[in-house]
Ligand binder design. Structure first.
Ligand SMILES: [Zn+2]
Length: 96
């Protein structure tokens, strides 16, 4: 690979943010959805099975864990926003 370090870091961060199916169990999914009454944690929109994104409140790189308490369910729109915000935050860190 001839990609620069920046790009590699970006790919790595992306991997951390998109939680692979292996990490989230049916039980966590049920617990989180029940806690949020099947609504998006960001905008309160009703969540449907095909459009629910699970995200960690505290990213693993910041010490977050893969427990239901640290997960929240988001609609695709809020999930996009969340990822953008986290990416900006990390870009800030790098510049300091
Ligand atoms: Zn939302």
């Amino acid at each position: 690979m001839t990609t620069g370090r920046e790009e590699q870091a970006g790919i790595h961060l992306e991997d951390m943010l998109i939680i692979p199916g292996a990490y989230i169990t049916d039980e966590i999914v049920r617990t989180v959805l029940e806690r949020q009454c099947n609504r998006c944690a960001g905008c309160n929109a009703p969540l449907t099975a095909g459009s629910t994104h699970f995200d960690l409140r505290q990213p693993v790189i910041c010490g977050g864990s893969h427990t239901s308490r640290n997960f929240e369910a988001l609609c695709p729109f809020c999930h996009q926003n969340r990822m953008r915000r986290i990416r900006v935050r990390f870009a800030d860190h790098r510049n300091k």
